[in-house]
Design a protein around this ligand. Structure first.
Ligand code: ADP
Ligand code: ADP
Length: 224
């Protein structure tokens, strides 16, 4: 069974060929690490899979629906309801509190304020952030802030989490803690993950790894 797949994607930026016939697939609930050297096309692949960039050719299919031919409006709605995102720098709003940041995607989805905040607060114990709900995120440590970002990405119950170097800005011990928590949480929720990383230790949390080189997926293996 496949929830998200890319078939024969190409994407160029001017004269730079970023993707050159890239194909991959993701199963529901699977954690897939996407590895490869800098500049190999990992981020571009992730952006195409997430419907942020349109590929020049090839197809992206999510839950039996073609993402590459969908209208912008439909794709934006799908991104809000079915996809979650965590990046290297959490991109939290630093002036807002931790709970404001987690509630934000629920408010954007049209949930009533009281319900959204109750749901957002209910996530704090499992993020190991109990007591920090009303702290401004600019005042949190890097690891705490990244756990807020994980909560914000998962609070809407997405089917796929896109994580691009989610621990890239953290020291390795803090990064491992964030990864452990992220993995426990997605396992409990049944969320599939596309985990882009160049760090083998981060990738070791995945069920399976693929390697991107020169814009193609060149290797695929089950995690040992
Ligand atoms: P990775 O994530 O593996 O480092 P990227 O997908 O970011 O690789 O980049 C693949 C290639 O495409 C690189 O040569 C990069 O410089 C180029 N590239 C990516 N995005 C853009 C862009 N928006 N404009 C121009 N070139 C880009
Ligand atoms: P990563 O560190 O995740 O591999 P990069 O540093 O390659 O990411 O790229 C980060 C973002 O910047 C990418 O999403 C890509 O679209 C954009 N980018 C990468 N290379 C270029 C470039 N040469 N010109 C413009 N934008 C780029």
């Amino acid at each position: 069974m496949t929830i998200l797949s890319a078939d024969n994607l190409t994407k160029s930026f001017g004269a730079t060929v970023a993707l050159h016939g890239a194909s991959m697939s993701l199963e529901p609930g699977e954690i897939l690490a996407v590895m490869g050297p800098s500049g190999s096309g990992k981020s571009t692949l992730l952006h195409c899979l997430a419907g942020i960039f349109a590929p020049d050719s090839g197809t992206v299919t999510f839950d039996a629906r073609r993402l590459d031919t969908m209208s912008d409006r439909e794709r934006t709605r799908l991104r809000r309801t079915d996809f979650g995102f965590v990046f290297q720098f959490g991109e939290l709003v630093p002036e807002l509190t931790a709970v404001d940041n987690v509630a934000l995607p629920l408010l954007l989805a049209g949930m009533r304020r009281g319900t959204a905040y109750a749901r957002a607060r209910s996530w704090f114990p499992r993020l190991e952030l109990a007591g920090l709900e009303d702290r401004r995120t600019g005042e949190l440590s890097g690891g705490q802030a990244q756990r807020v970002a994980v909560g914000r990405a998962l609070v809407t119950g997405p089917k796929v989490l896109f994580a691009d170097e989610p621990t890239g800005a953290l020291d390795s011990l803090t990064g491992e803690k964030v990864m452990d928590l992220m993995v426990d949480t997605v396992r409990a929720e049944g969320t599939a993950v596309i985990l882009v990383t160049h760090d083998a230790r981060v990738a070791s949390h995945a069920d399976r790894q693929i390697t991107v080189r020169d814009g193609q997926v060149i290797a695929s293996g089950v995690q040992v």
